[in-house]
Design a protein around this ligand. Sequence first.
Ligand code: GDP
Ligand code: ZN
Length: 459
Amino acid sequence: MVRDWRKYLDEADHRRRDKLVKIEKIKKQKRSVRGRTVDDWIVDSQLHEGDETESEFSLRLGRLVESGQRRGRVIEVHKRNIFVAEENAEGKPETELLWLCSVAKRHFQRAHRERNFVVVGDRILFEPDAEVAFDSEGQPKETDLPRGVIQHAFSRHSRIARRDPLNPEWEHVMLANIDLLVIVASVFHPEVRWGLIDRFLVQAELEGLPAAIVLNKVDLLENPKLATEEFLRRYRKRLEIYRGIGYEVFEICALRPRKTQAEVKRLRETFKGKLIGFAGHSGVGKSSLLNLMKPEFDQIVDDNPDIFYKGRHTTTYNSLLQLGIGAYAIDTPGVRSFAVEGFDSITLTQCFPEFRGINCHYRECTHDHEPKCGIKDAVAEGRISQERYRSFIGVLKGISFREGEGDASEAEVIADLKARGQVRDEKLRQMQSGEADDADEAELPADTMDTTDTEDSGK
Ligand code: GDP
Ligand code: ZN
């Protein structure tokens, strides 16, 4: 009988493979055990993964607090220096109880690896340095900023992120744990860009964050030179669209708040008890608006006529601000535009509330060219507005449309894509030749970001 040596080889092969799989499995277990003991950065990860019950977690948290750790909220990050406001019994940050913290050494490796390790709005546990002396109320005695070390962070319940235009997989989380995204635009100076508002709304929907729209400088609507009949018609239509979908829209004059007193009051009530993230171009009046909310520091309102471009020259930091009206705000100079692109149509459809629940023939319908498209039918029947439909297609294809000019022609689309590619190539070249700042530290190139969103600013 001829011995089937190939079979034998096969068996040996199998045995070897089985052994390898086993070794891998043991290695993996070891890694995860090791990982668990070292990587305790996210303090409530076990709770969220179901390995710990609510009461087990609060017991453990109680022990950490008893051992001297304090709860805080990150209010500013300057490289390794992290400014933390201590949280009061209700879990609200007290921005006058400020600490200067660093991250505990054992988390350094992870902190280096992860770009978004600590961001403004993060809730953390920190340990005061040994030399900090306390008064009878448990507050630091020193007049200088007391120092501490961050030991743990809590998982984020919401986040606002943008993608690096150079590395689309590279995400930059700008804010964490906000309760409401307030999109601020001005009717004129600079003129409202509805497409940009739609992009911000998409981002909010993606994070499951409530969003509100504030239209500032409504005093300028009384100027017939600016506010033509055609403009007013489109303006009113847009407001009707957003309100119809269910978004809160506020029309205010931050410069002369008495002109729009009721709206400002309504805004204050909406803000109360929340951590607000502001989004919008510079020059639209975010600082003026914040000043109406009794901030702990007055926000500087820039009266430079070239204000629309000021964001490109100044480097400011995201910072969390306590508002006298019983709210908090994070003003983010960096949030001029999000890189909302690269979505699949199913995800993006979910980000347009008025599109939800409408069926198409194809599950992965892009609502663009496919037959039997429920969305296109809804547009034709007026149940979905042309305006929002155009924004949808724009975000889906990563194209910009010029407001009021109908669809962009194919040539325009190609020119747009080309221009964006050139900006990216140029930035890449600069980075490689060392002309640009360290990408990690520098603000993302505003120009690169903005090219994706200049749909109606190129006049
Ligand atoms: P930010 O860059 O978004 O913080 O905008 P600012 O608050 O610095 O305001 C930009 C410019 O718009 C300043 O010159 C303000 O005086 C002006 N501004 C702010 N609110 C209003 C408004 O309600 N009406 C008018 N006409 N101008 C305003
Ligand atoms: Zn469809």
